[in-house]
Design a protein around this ligand. Structure first.
Ligand SMILES: Nc1ncnc2c1ncn2[C@@H]1O[C@H](COP(=O)(O)OP(=O)(O)OP(=O)(O)O)[C@@H](O)[C@H]1O
Ligand SMILES: [Mg+2]
Length: 342
């Protein structure tokens, strides 16, 4: 059997000798930036994270949630203010060089020298990490095939589309056969077609090579489609985590959404006493209230819920029933919708 990701370099063994089943561990991780106007920014406020070997874990959160800060600490680019973190068994502060030997990373912003060809970008990265000529050549061929760039490797990066650049970045992150790959917003700015391609490669990496992947995203469907587990991060805290299907199931079989005006306190109390209601979230925007109610059977309960609202001085203007999604989980745990603002 061909082992496409095996490299005979002692520093680049895929599995470190002291690896634990938990490949990424953070404990009480905090990061406070000084801030420009004298008021410090608490970007991480105590994050406890565990990512198992071979797992795809997605950190889902809105702008400014702390995703890039967390990735930067785990990839040793930034020091934590408090708490600790290990990657592949190595401490990110005291064994940063070891950590770097076991990871690959692709950044949120595209950082490619556009005057180089695709091949030069990959070759340069391989040299930087001490891969010999033959290993570099083999690896470039293999990775270019994986990300479907074989035909354009000789072209300057300046001629690549956004999707091609992202794919080249992914290939570069993989040059060193990392045990753990960190992907900060791997599909930001890509059209749906290119996004689905990147998802395919990510899954392939895990399935074929047992790689551990920690990615960040603010695309709900990305987290849902890709991740074994999702952690929702908001204001520097992990507010909930779990398998997408389990998180969704927690909300109930159906979600009834009631939008309208009026008072809510009496209605909320009533709803929380109903046996078939698993969860209630209130969301107010521009004077309009929206209630998201997790129930056992939406079609069956809708009329009763609308009636109950009227009886409790809440005037329903719009009502709908849908199957819960991760978007509902996000709303339920953060109190607001995750905007897709790329
Ligand atoms: N170098 C810095 N100095 C000061 N504040 C910073 C710095 N980097 C990030 N921040 C702040 O820390 C918080 C978290 O930022 P971070 O970039 O980690 O969020 P994010 O979840 O990656 O956001 P996005 O989705 O926009 O990429 C934000 O309030 C941000 O403004
Ligand atoms: Mg970011």
């Amino acid at each position: 059997m061909v082992m496409p990701f095996a490299i005979n370099h002692p520093d680049l063994m895929v599995v470190p000798s002291n690896a634990t089943p938990q490949t990424v561990i953070t404990e009480g991780l905090e990061k406070t930036y000084p801030g420009s106007n004298g008021s410090p920014v608490e970007a991480l406020r105590g994050v406890d994270l565990r990512v198992g070997r071979g797992e795809i874990y997605a950190l889902l959160g809105p702008n400014g949630a702390g995703k890039t800060t967390l990735i930067s600490i785990l990839t040793t680019l930034l020091l934590p203010t408090r708490g600790r973190a290990t990657v592949a068994g190595f401490d990110v502060v005291t064994a940063a060089a070891e950590v770097r030997r076991h990871i690959g990373v692709t950044f949120q912003e595209i950082v490619l020298d556009v005057d180089l060809t695709g091949r030069q970008v990959l070759d340069f990265h391989g040299r930087l990490y001490g891969l010999d000529r033959k290993s570099r050549k083999d690896r470039i061929a293999e990775l270019a095939a994986l990300v479907e760039l074989s035909d354009v490797l000789g072209r300057k990066v300046s001629t690549y589309s956004g999707g091609m650049k992202r794919r080249l970045e992914l290939a570069r992150g993989l040059m060193t056969a990392p045990a753990v790959l960190f992907l900060d917003e791997p599909t930001q700015g890509l059209d749906p077609q290119n996004r689905v391609k990147i998802w395919k490669y990510i899954r392939q990496l895990r399935d074929d090579h047992g790689m551990t992947l920690l990615l960040t995203t603010h695309y709900m469907e990305e987290a849902e489609a890709l991740a074994d587990r999702v952690g929702i991060i908001d204001h520097g805290r992990l507010v909930v985590e779990g398998r997408p299907a389990d998180l969704v199931r927690r909300l109930g079989s159906d979600v009834v959404t009631l939008a309208g005006t009026g008072t809510l306190s009496a209605l909320e109390k009533h709803l929380s006493e109903l046996k078939y209601v698993s969860q209630v979230t209130l969301h107010t925007q521009e004077g309009e209230h929206r209630l998201q109610i997790g129930v056992d059977d939406g079609e069956r309960r809708l009329a009763e819920l609308v009636g109950l609202s009227a009886a409790n001085s809440f005037h329903v203007q719009q009502a709908s029933v849908h199957r819960p999604s991760l978007a509902d989980v996000f709303l339920a745990f953060t109190g607001y919708e995750l905007r897709d603002n790329s």
